[in-house]
Design a protein. Sequence first.
Length: 350
Amino acid sequence: MSFYAYLRAGEARYQERFGLDFEEFKAGQRFKHRPGVTLSQQDNADEALDTLNYAMLHYDAHYAAQTSWQKPLMVSTITLQRVIGFASRTFGRKKAILGFKEIALTGPVFGGDTLYSESEIAAVREGGVQHGVVTVVSRGVTAGGNEVAKLTYDVAVYKRGRHPDESEGAAGAPVEEERFRLYDEKDGWLVEKYGLFYEDAQPGETFVHFPRRTYYRDEAVEHALRSLDANPQFHDQSWIERHQDGRHRIQEPWLITAATACTTRTFGRVVANLGWTDIKLPVPVYAGDTTEAESTIVDKRESKSRPNEGILTVDTRAYNQRRELVLSYRRNLLVYKRAAETPYAKAGYA
């Protein structure tokens, strides 16, 4: 039942949903998680320095050149975090990781490598009224298919109807349409899918995006400073205390950025964003606020110059935790057609 990415939330209205219920896991299932990420030496240095990691192999290139690796080796905790994090689309309804039997590092990772995660279900067992226990073997693999990590662990996964999101009432029924399937089955693997092709998008349909987005003080400051925004309302603590009751305002471009990113699980087949129009910001957003975005497909039309793609006109709205509208805009998106020449299969995506 959970092998579909949306629940029905009303007439032509769909709630995005990630993760399988405990009942959907079976021993022997194999998942290819998507997307992957290309790691950089900046990632390596940031991880090591932020944690006061004194293994200079990770960030001193001169030292690393004297070793058998010849260059900085990616810190192993990056691989651990990414392999687990990449799997969240499938294990999005987990309660907790109960423990690791083993975290094996089976190959080196360097800046410039692209890392993916794959998982096999080794066993399932009862864990109580609320959850069951799934034993998982997850592997980190490079774009070339080389295994670099193998993790064996137990994860508690909520049973159907027991997730906290469902505690206040019954969730809508899964929308069991082919366009909404979470996975493509290929050679015995369940490959995670993201996004609607042009043919799948229908005018008048609304998608409530998941997950929601909470804004934090540090990012309010960081994104304003990195934009060279000199306005004190974002990063001058004394000014903020005097004029904003100590609340850090979220910079409007960062709000638009974060809300747009929330739409990418539904609009994951986009070739290009052709721009925003009619942008409205009726209520300010502050650190500590949480927004939820939803999008309505207004129109679709063939591209005159690109026969393999079509154009969607989409209205997106973001609401805060008090259900106040904080942002709205319209976009035109260039979207792949299903039968067109696309990069997905060549890149190992569904």
